[in-house]
Design a protein around this ligand. Structure first.
Ligand SMILES: C[S@@+](CC[C@H](N)C(=O)[O-])C[C@H]1O[C@@H](n2cnc3c(N)ncnc32)[C@H](O)[C@@H]1O
Length: 219
């Protein structure tokens, strides 16, 4: 198991891993490996867009490096959240999910991992959870909504600390079925730049997540 230039991420062959903060426990059926007396969880880029972002060439040490708190929008069952939980054992991860069906497994995960703070709410209404969350070092959004860029810009405005980073996993086809992917990404970029965010990386996630483009920004 080799360390990589991304903070807390390991590699064996072509596969990525995080050090399991709950040894013996799987979260989504992932492979566990033990090396040098430590257990690692395989991080599958087909299951997690954050892993796909790394495989597709994200800058090192990764947007989460050094974060003490994170606002994660669209946690679903907690697949990616669980890896961030491994990567940032000392951080507070506030995870917003609006579907009660997805929230149940997320809550179960949070009971086992003390750095996860699940919030059953709508990412379109950050005023409902902003007092609880406070200022964070990383905002991460993965919600398939037509107005994804506007939701992201508003959450960043409300919650991101100066100097913080934010990652938008833009699902192009949730914005429009008709317009070209290029036009949709251009419009999202304009929305973010209009909110005074500077875009440091734009990375297409195919073939791991088709029609998804990651935008990494700084405030
Ligand atoms: C693609 S899944 C997220 C997968 C997850 N990020 C991962 O990598 O493990 C999108 C999730 O966003 C949630 N979602 C959609 N719109 C939302 C909103 N407005 N507020 C909060 N969650 C939302 C959905 O219920 C769904 O669970």
């Amino acid at each position: 198991m080799q360390p990589t230039g991304w903070a807390g991420v390991y590699r064996e062959g072509r596969d990525l891993y995080t050090a399991n903060s709950r040894p013996g426990e799987r979260v989504y059926g992932e492979t566990l490996r033990t090396a040098d007396g430590r257990e690692y969880r395989q991080w599958d880029p087909f299951r997690s867009k954050l892993a796909a972002l790394l495989v597709r060439g994200a800058r090192e040490p990764g947007p989460w490096a050094g974060a003490g708190s994170v606002l994660y929008l669209g946690g679903a069952h907690g697949t990616t959240v669980s890896h961030l939980s491994d990567l940032l054992p000392e951080a507070r991860l506030f995870v917003v999910e609006k579907s009660p069906t997805s929230f149940a497994p997320l809550l179960a995960l949070a009971r086992r991992r003390s750095n996860i703070y699940p919030i059953l709410d709508d990412a379109q209404l950050p005023e409902r959870y902003s007092a609880e969350v406070g200022a964070v070092d990383l905002v991460y959004q993965d919600v398939a909504q037509r107005n994804q860029a506007a939701i992201f810009a508003e959450n960043v405005r409300v919650a991101l600390a100066p100097g913080g980073r934010a990652v938008l996993m833009l699902k192009v086809r949730s914005v429009s079925q008709r317009r070209s992917a290029e036009a949709i990404v251009r419009e999202a970029r304009r929305t973010l730049e209009g909110a005074s965010l500077s875009i440091s990386e734009e990375i297409a996630l195919s073939p791991f997540a088709r029609e998804h483009v990651a935008l990494v920004v700084r405030r």
